[in-house]
Unconditional design. Structure first.
Length: 292
């Protein structure tokens, strides 16, 4: 089994195509265009096409200028590319992949990995993050989520990336290291919009937690290729080059590791808290309330 990580050529010019811009250029969007009936169907069709987004969208009649109009259409608030069947989606996360978390240097050799659950556990912006069980100490981490669709040849084709809030029971992970993998079996939030290109070289991400109208935590950190000590390509090789693991049509959401963490600053989330993340490179923003 090989892995396909074709990138959109527009990224090299600084004009990365957004899913919202693609939507604005399709009429109607996305139903009825290119033989697709949903964004999931579009992902499957693209994965099987063997083309870059640049060539694929040109075949749909989308002009290159669409890339210069970020947010031109407001997408429905939902998890992007999510299949209707829970069996055809999965969420995973890597940790300690970035050079620094909360401005503290990360030593190479500590890369870790978690299964987070089916894609149906994901939520979009504005939707509540609710623990799947009693939470010892809730935490939030800001990171990118790379999204893949497995084609009919068994290749995991990179679709793009979006901003993500990796929500987990960081308190459980600290108190019981032997149960660390259980701490990640909670929903995470991802933006509805997707950057259909490689990760930026560097981007500043801003994170905050608001409680009763006041900020109890603020942080900023650096995401992007130059901020990583383990590349996206390496994480793809570790997870996605496993023959027979993912059937065709599976959408994989891969959280690529954080640069800021509320728990590492001693801030534990409470019911009613509001988490806001903002990414400078894409302009994507993610706000979610916490609900126990």
């Amino acid at each position: 089994m090989t892995i396909n990580t074709r990138e959109a050529p527009l990224e090299a010019t600084g004009q990365a195509l957004l899913l919202s811009a693609l939507s604005a250029s399709l009429a109607p969007a996305p139903e009825g265009v290119g033989g697709t009936s949903s964004w999931y169907d579009l992902a499957v069709d693209f994965a099987d096409s063997g083309q870059s987004w640049h060539r694929y969208t040109a075949g749909l009649g989308v002009p290159d200028s669409a890339a210069a109009r970020p947010g031109a259409a407001r997408l429905p608030v939902k998890v992007p590319f999510l299949p209707a069947s829970p069996a055809l989606s999965a969420v995973y996360s890597f940790g300690y992949s970035h050079a620094a978390v909360n401005d503290v240097r990360v030593e190479k050799g500590n890369l870790d990995f978690y299964y987070k659950g089916p894609g149906s556990l994901l939520v979009a912006e504005g939707q509540p993050l609710t623990g799947t069980s009693m939470v010892v100490g809730g935490g939030t981490e800001a990171e990118y989520c790379a999204i893949y669709c497995v084609n009919t040849r068994g290749e995991a084709v990179y679709l793009g990336h979006t901003l993500a809030n990796d929500f987990s029971d960081a308190g459980l992970r600290t108190a019981h290291r032997n149960l660390a993998n259980l701490s990640k079996l909670h929903p995470s939030a991802v933006c509805s919009d997707v950057v259909l290109a490689d990760l930026p070289a560097v981007s500043t991400v801003y994170a905050s937690v608001e409680r009763d109208g006041s900020a109890v935590w603020r942080r900023q950190g650096t995401l992007g290729r130059r901020a990583m000590i383990y590349s996206r390509a390496l994480m793809e090789r570790l997870l996605l080059r496993r023959a027979g693991l993912f059937p065709p049509g599976t959408v994989v959401y891969l959280l690529l590791g954080s640069c800021v963490s509320s728990h590492k600053d001693g801030v534990e989330l409470r019911d009613g808290d509001v988490i806001t993340l903002r990414d400078s490179a894409s302009g994507l923003e993610l706000t979610n309330p916490v609900s126990w």
